[in-house]
Design a protein around this ligand. Structure first.
Ligand code: UDX
Length: 429
């Protein structure tokens, strides 16, 4: 099919590349001309495993192309996907101005029936708003459908998540649009849920809030474990083997971050409030998340006493592993809190150092993870990068004034660390 994706951020670009990969002809539109130029040359603006190869391959075959001309994208395709940002506003609600702008641009360019699909995460009832906007701004007065098709990809695993999704959710009104959406998604061989637009929009917020709740739940359990002398990792294993619970998203840490969970939680709480429900359960999820960070900082200050004039090595800046994304990163938040206490920092991240630089100033960026500990009073693990497990512990032990590690992601074994002579503090064990 001929498809257009408006917005080449994480969701838009990965969706476009994967649609082209399964044989559709895809036009990706972005209003940032320099980004479009970069994509045309085979470069990609983000780090995402497997994406660059897929973009290059499909661009070369002619199935994937890039433009900054929305009208061209609308004209040449039957189905137009909206994948533009919906950033949070200071009061927790969502800034819908990009979606509204794109809806108007699509309307202005429409001369025949089109299916307009919203892929961005949006508040329930956005579909109605997009329909109204298109009706108002479309001069040609043509028929159209508005569909909600939320995206569940995780950064760092985006290509895999999109090629092999757990489910595909399609909120739709007409049978004509159902048929087109099924045709687009048949190659992906995943269960397809056809529902109404409002329910599809809600599924996204309900899913992300539930996952955030799961993380806060295990973080709360980690506090009880610490107080009771139990091991949260074993508790997670023990409850996770119950299929009704599941082991995934039960990793305790310094809290969740990123551009989705914090924003989607606030938005969902706000949306619920607007429809008359005070979602206190989710407010508690937020509270546990911020307390988790405060508790970790306290662990550091309790051990090191005064942080002023201390040097701390921090491994990890990205909000999670396998990404260069530092938006709402707990690791950056942690670094800033340590700086505020007067600590000097030596930091390393396998991918996110460039993106961290504008946010995190006055620290020493170290290219080699094994050199971070040089001259430091303690080491901190802030992101769950797999490669940190291969840290040269003997070298770090020699480089530190005293072997102290605060592991915010439980990457090492406490018994083993104890045997090696470390003061090792992790989460919930
Ligand atoms: C999330 C959802 O998983 C995805 O379905 C949705 O489309 C977008 O939001 P993402 O933000 O890319 O994806 O990352 P995810 O892997 O979900 O991790 C989010 C945060 O939770 C990270 O900060 C991560 O470190 C933290 N996390 C995750 C935990 O602390 N413990 C866990 O067990 C899992």
């Amino acid at each position: 099919m001929n498809l257009t994706i408006i917005g080449t951020g994480y969701v838009g670009l990965v969706t476009g590349a994967c649609f082209a990969e399964v044989g559709h002809r895809v036009i990706c539109v972005d209003n940032d001309a320099s980004k479009v130029e970069l994509l045309k040359r085979g470069g990609i603006p983000i780090y995402e495993p497997g994406l660059q190869e897929m973009v290059q391959k499909n661009t070369a075959s002619g199935r994937l192309s890039f433009t900054n001309n929305t009208a061209e994208g609308v004209e040449k395709s039957d189905v137009i996907f909206i994948a533009v940002p919906t950033p949070p506003q200071p009061d927790g609600s969502v800034d819908m101005s990009f979606i509204e702008r794109v809806a108007r641009d699509i309307a202005a360019a429409m001369t025949e029936y089109k299916i307009v699909v919203d892929k961005s995460t949006v508040p329930v009832k956005t579909g109605d708003r997009v329909s109204e906007t298109i009706k108002r701004y479309c001069k040609a007065k043509v028929d159209f459908d508005v569909v909600s098709n939320p995206e569940f990809l995780r950064e760092g695993f985006a290509v895999g998540d999109l090629m092999k999704p757990d489910r595909i959710v399609i909120g739709v009104r007409s049978q004509r649009a159902v048929a087109a959406m099924k045709e687009i998604y048949t190659p992906f061989k995943a269960p397809i849920i056809i529902t109404d637009v409002n329910s599809a929009e809600l599924i996204k917020h309900a899913a992300n809030s539930f996952l955030a709740l799961k993380i806060s739940y295990i973080n709360a359990i980690s506090v009880v474990c610490e107080a009771a002398g139990a091991n949260v990792m074993q508790v997670a294993e023990g409850i996770g083997l119950d299929e009704r619970i599941g082991r995934r998203f039960l990793n305790p840490g310094i809290g969740f971050g990123g551009s989705c969970f914090p924003k989607d939680l606030s938005a969902f709480i706000k949306i619920s409030e607007q429809v008359g429900y005070s979602f206190r359960l989710l407010q508690e999820v937020q509270r546990i998340n911020s307390e988790q960070m405060e508790r970790f900082v306290k662990k550091i200050t309790d051990t090191l006493w005064v942080l002023k004039d201390k040097k701390i090595g921090v491994l990890g800046l990205a909000f999670k592993q396998n990404t260069d994304d530092v938006r709402m990163s707990p690791a950056i938040d942690l670094c800033q809190r340590l700086q505020k206490e007067g600590a000097a920092l030596r930091v390393h991240d396998p991918q996110a150092m460039e993106k961290a630089k504008p946010l995190l100033k006055g620290v020493t960026y170290v290219d080699d993870m094994n050199a971070v500990a040089e001259g430091c009073d303690a080491l901190v693990i802030a992101t769950e990068w797999e490669e940190f497990k291969a840290l040269d512990l003997d070298r770090a032990q020699k480089a530190l004034t005293h072997p102290i590690m605060f592991d915010g992601r439980n990457l090492f074994d406490p018994a083993e660390m104890g045997k090696r002579g470390w003061i090792y503090k992790s989460i919930g064990r």
